[in-house]
Ligand binder design. Structure first.
Ligand code: NAD
Length: 436
């Protein structure tokens, strides 16, 4: 870029900060493309669209801990609050060796969209530490979690930003986060995180909520395309909290689980894998690898498996231009966040494969997180049946509204979800106005 072009860009009222380069590939670049696609549908609210294209606040923290062998290790941690126009920030914390600021920014933005899509009174946020937690002892993991929580403690809180579990974080980590924040505040603050153990103010139904939401929108979408769940063949990538539970619920409804891929490999059985035996195997051995009575497939072959419903429930950017042509499914339900690249999205759309996007498909987890937060504030806890019934109602209503918008504008479900969500966020933005 010439100097004059660079200075023109720098002085433009809409110039993006250098770290928000829309040409930069990666999750944040994908999110920016998604916002661009929806902008023509926002009417007069599009004058506020720039607020969606940059996070409100991004904190990078150094997380030093003493390892068990007495040496020191430093890890980089992040907490990004993308938008708080509709309420406090809300979103998980990921511990993974590939975590980057760009990834956390995109995940925080998708949380803004997701929370608005299901009409929860939250903005969007996300956090993470660049670490492979499998290399740490339990004590090291606890020290890492507590130091990270202290470092981000300046911006989180029950009415400011409420973290939750994500990849490689769980109830125990939420318990340590809640305790650390509470110790620093001098008062027990159970509403500072969700996804806590039941004994600490966690909600019944939270552990299964994301998978249950995936299953619920899958049922609704299947009805629209005339697919009988009881006869459907399912392939799932990622057999953890989201993929494992979704697979179990589809199987309970009579569907046949034909293939599962996780970090250890891919197993396939045309006549159907035994879901309960596979869940047991994974909890004992850590992965699907070595599961008996199943064929082993190459990782690439997974994408071409004959199935009706494909559920990516692992990491982002898994369905790409390289494998989208192989997909046989009639619909893809995105359990993971950002599993489909925009190019792959277009290919699937052209091929008539329905994509139920992450921003609605995996919103069940944050919906029950919202119930947990409400229960913590009122110190009054609901039954699991009540929670599941409320979850299913919210997911069905949200899906119906999005389907209607997709039909009205003849756009994909992803664009329709963004239209519904971005309209709500920007309406709140406009009503609040700019301070000062
Ligand atoms: P998890 O840690 O419980 O499970 C992750 C699964 O992905 C594991 O089975 C793992 O083996 C598999 N995996 C990891 N790397 C892989 C690879 N390279 N190839 C194939 N499989 C791989 O995590 P989770 O909570 O189930 O989250 C999965 C996805 O769902 C993430 O994108 C997460 O952001 C999203 N999500 C989770 C929740 C929730 O409530 N847990 C809510 C919304 C969205």
């Amino acid at each position: 870029m010439s100097i004059s072009a660079a200075s023109a860009k720098a002085t433009s009222p809409h110039a993006l900060p250098s770290y928000l380069n829309p040409d930069h590939p990666g999750p944040w670049g994908i999110y920016l493309q998604q916002v661009d696609r929806v902008t023509p549908y926002l009417g007069s609210l599009s004058r506020w669209v720039e607020t969606l294209k940059r996070p409100k606040r991004a904190l990078i923290v150094d997380v030093p801990i003493e390892l068990d062998n007495g040496t020191m290790a430093h890890f980089e941690g992040y907490r990004v609050q993308h938008n708080t126009s509709r309420g406090p920030g809300k979103g998980g914390v990921r511990f993974h060796q590939d975590v980057t600021l760009s990834e956390v920014m995109a995940l925080s933005a998708w949380m803004s969209v997701k929370n608005a899509a299901v009409n929860l009174p939250f903005g969007g946020a996300k956090g993470g530490i660049r670490v492979d937690p499998k290399t740490l002892s339990r004590g090291e993991l606890e020290r890492l979690t507590r130091r990270y929580t202290s470092e981000i403690g300046i911006i989180i809180g029950p009415t400011k930003d409420i973290p939750a579990p994500d990849v490689n974080t769980n109830e125990q980590i939420m318990a340590w986060m809640m305790d650390t924040y509470s110790m620093n505040e001098g008062a027990t603050a159970s509403g500072v995180v969700t996804g806590k153990p039941i004994a600490l103010g966690g909600s019944l139904g939270r552990r299964e909520a994301t998978g249950r939401g995936v299953y619920t929108v899958g049922q609704e979408a299947a009805q629209h395309i005339g697919l009988d769940i009881g006869q459907a063949r399912i392939a799932v990538q990622g057999f953890g909290n989201v993929g494992g539970i979704a697979a179990k619920l589809f199987a309970q409804a009579g569907a046949t689980l034909v293939a599962v891929q996780d970090h250890g490999g891919t197993v396939y059985e045309a006549a159907g894998l035994d879901v309960h035996a596979l869940l047991r195997h994974v909890s004992e051995h850590g992965s699907v690898q070595g599961f008996e009575n199943a064929e082993v497939l190459s990782d690439e072959a997974f994408w071409g498996v004959a199935c009706d419903i494909l559920i990516p429930a692992a990491l982002e950017q898994q369905i790409t231009a390289a494998n989208a042509h192989q997909i046989q499914a009639r619909m893809v339900i995105e359990g993971a966040n950002g599993p489909t690249t925009p190019e792959a999205d277009d290919i699937l759309h052209e091929r008539g494969i329905l994509v139920v996007p992450d921003v609605i498909a995996n919103a069940g987890g944050v919906t029950v997180s919202y119930f947990e937060w409400v229960q913590d504030f009122s110190s009054f806890f609901w039954s699991e049946d009540e929670i599941n019934a409320r979850l299913v109602r919210i997911m069905r209503e949200a899906f119906a509204a999005i389907w209607q918008v997709a039909d009205e504008h003849q756009v994909s479900l992803r664009t329709a979800t963004f239209i519904v969500a971005c309209t709500r966020i920007l309406q709140a933005r406009e009503l609040r106005g700019l301070y000062p």
